[in-house]
Design a binder for this molecule. Structure first.
Ligand code: C2O
Ligand code: CU
Length: 490
């Protein structure tokens, strides 16, 4: 199946580019302890929990690479600490930019005012500080943060600016799920990179779709990572933090109990053999291990909607990602289980409430025939409205569609109910070509006629080259203020 699909894919004509990336992942030795990003320190003052993040340049040593690599990170050389806060908390993040160019920090998956969102309208100049503050008002989830400078997001993320943002709530703390950060509850930021002859990150723009695919895969910045397992079950918080590569993860012989998607817990655990994650997507899975065993999580090739995932011409582009070594005696862990959240009803979306339907066609580097413009508002939404977004792409290349501010539900894919792994709260989805995705969402609050949120492809080259649009959320009766100070198209 995969080989036929590869041939079909290679034969497909792709306008305006030189074809599909041919990069396959190199074999690694799995001998390096998995790095766990530290939990970010915070202090609570006047009821506000304050974090500090500093975007900076550093030097990082990667195994198998000669010399030091110039990298970017938050509070360190590469990636950033894990922020953690609870539903209902007021938080503030003091972000310093010590880089020599402007950047921004977007809280991916967070429901918050557009002015705090960290998109391309909240740039932080070199030497400047940006201090967004908001109240956490959504269920427990695995979110993340990364820069969003218009036209430069791929480079900033590729250089290393990314981290996790974990949200807790009462139900998540009471749930029967592994909870101990870095022990049986592991953040796993999966990314690929390429290195040049000097050991520096190489970001090629050679026209290959869906963008730059590296031949080195790392988890939390660790190449060939090994994690010592000490408990019967481990919760993996998987984030595809790559710029273009889509993964399909499996641990042979080990079912993955999917407990949460992008925006939080499922109604109940779903047993999967594998899970596909496009750039920007997250999943929490609980995996059971046998005492003394060594197994690897790997990414395998899957064929979806006529395209091969990952979209490379290497039909055997399956590779190991992370090795687990279970101790001879494992601490007992119960099966994942939880009581329904008290917030479930209040958070529920109903299709019968939808009053607006919008259609989005992704093609070339455009959405609905337009490239991103910082000075154009593409869509106007109203507080309190429930909407259906119909998203479609017809090219034989993958896209990853992301909407800021909301968590949506997938109503149907080509008219059918989504598979169980796509039934939870989502903010990003892999788009298989020639399929119609109907998404249900609601704009709760935070009207701001002068500040837009983004929707875009999360394959970052596509985003940078224009596959993005802007929407504002306003009150019924309010008018959009187009062209506030600071809008420009550069
Ligand atoms: Cu993860 Cu608009 O981004
Ligand atoms: Cu795309």
């Amino acid at each position: 199946v995969a080989a036929a699909a590869v041939a079909a894919l290679a034969a497909a004509t792709l306008s305006g580019c030189s074809g599909i990336s041919t990069t396959t992942v190199a074999e690694q030795e799995f001998v390096n302890d998995l790095t766990i990003p530290p939990l970010a320190a915070s202090s609570v003052d006047d009821g506000v929990r304050t974090f500090h993040l500093t975007a900076q340049e550093g030097r990082t040593t990667f195994p198998g690479v000669d010399g030091e690599t110039v990298t970017w990170g938050f509070d360190g050389g590469f990636l950033g600490p894990t922020l953690r806060a609870a539903r209902g908390e007021r938080i503030r993040v003091v972000v310093d930019n010590e880089l020599t160019e402007p950047t921004s920090v977007h809280w991916h998956g967070m429901h918050l005012p557009a002015a705090m969102d960290g998109g391309p309208h909240q740039m932080i100049e070199p030497g400047a500080t940006w201090t967004p503050t908001w109240t956490i008002d959504q269920p427990a989830a695995t979110l993340w943060y990364h820069p969003h400078p218009h036209g430069e997001t791929e480079k900033h993320v590729y250089n290393g600016l990314a981290g996790m943002f974990l949200l807790d709530d009462d139900a998540s703390m009471a749930a029967q799920l592994p909870h101990e950060y870095g022990v049986d509850d592991l953040p796993l930021i999966v990314q690929d990179r390429a290195f040049d002859r000097d050991g520096q990150f190489e970001l090629r723009h050679d026209g290959a779709e869906p963008g730059m695919l590296g031949d080195v895969v790392m988890v939390n910045g660790t190449v060939g990572a090994v994690e010592e397992v000490t408990t019967e079950r481990v919760r993996l918080r998987l984030l595809n933090g790559s710029t273009a590569r889509t993964y399909t993860f499996e641990i042979p012989g080990h079912p993955l109990a999917l407990v949460a998607t992008d925006g939080g817990r499922m109604d109940a655990p779903v047993a999967l053999d594998r899970i596909r994650l496009a750039p920007g997507e997250r999943a929490e899975v609980v995996v059971a291990f046998e005492p003394g065993e060594t197994v690897r999580m790997r990414s395998v090739v899957t064929e979806m909607g006529g395209i091969v995932v990952p979209a490379t011409t290497g039909a055997n582009d399956a590779f190991d990602v992370l090795e687990f070594r279970a101790a001879d005696a494992l601490a007992p862990t119960p099966e994942p289980a939880w009581a329904p959240s008290v917030h479930v009803e209040e958070d529920a979306l109903h299709e019968t409430d939808a009053t607006v339907t919008r259609a989005f066609e992704l093609e070339g580097r455009e959405i609905n025939g337009r490239e991103m413009s910082m000075s154009r508002i593409d869509e106007v939404a109203y507080v309190g409205d429930t909407e259906v977004w119909e998203v479609h792409s017809s090219q034989p290349i993958p896209h990853s569609f992301h909407i800021h501010d909301v968590q949506f539900r997938i109503l149907t894919i080509d008219g059918a109910s989504p598979p169980p792994e796509l039934a939870g709260p989502k903010d990003t989805i892999f788009l298989e070509p020639n399929r119609e995705y109907r998404l249900l969402l609601r704009f709760e609050d935070y009207a701001d006629p002068a500040m837009p949120y983004m929707y875009h492809c999360h394959m970052l080259l596509h985003e940078d080259e224009g596959m993005m649009g802007q929407f504002v959320v306003i009150e019924h009766g309010q008018e959009v203020w187009v062209g506030p100070p600071g809008y420009d198209d550069d």
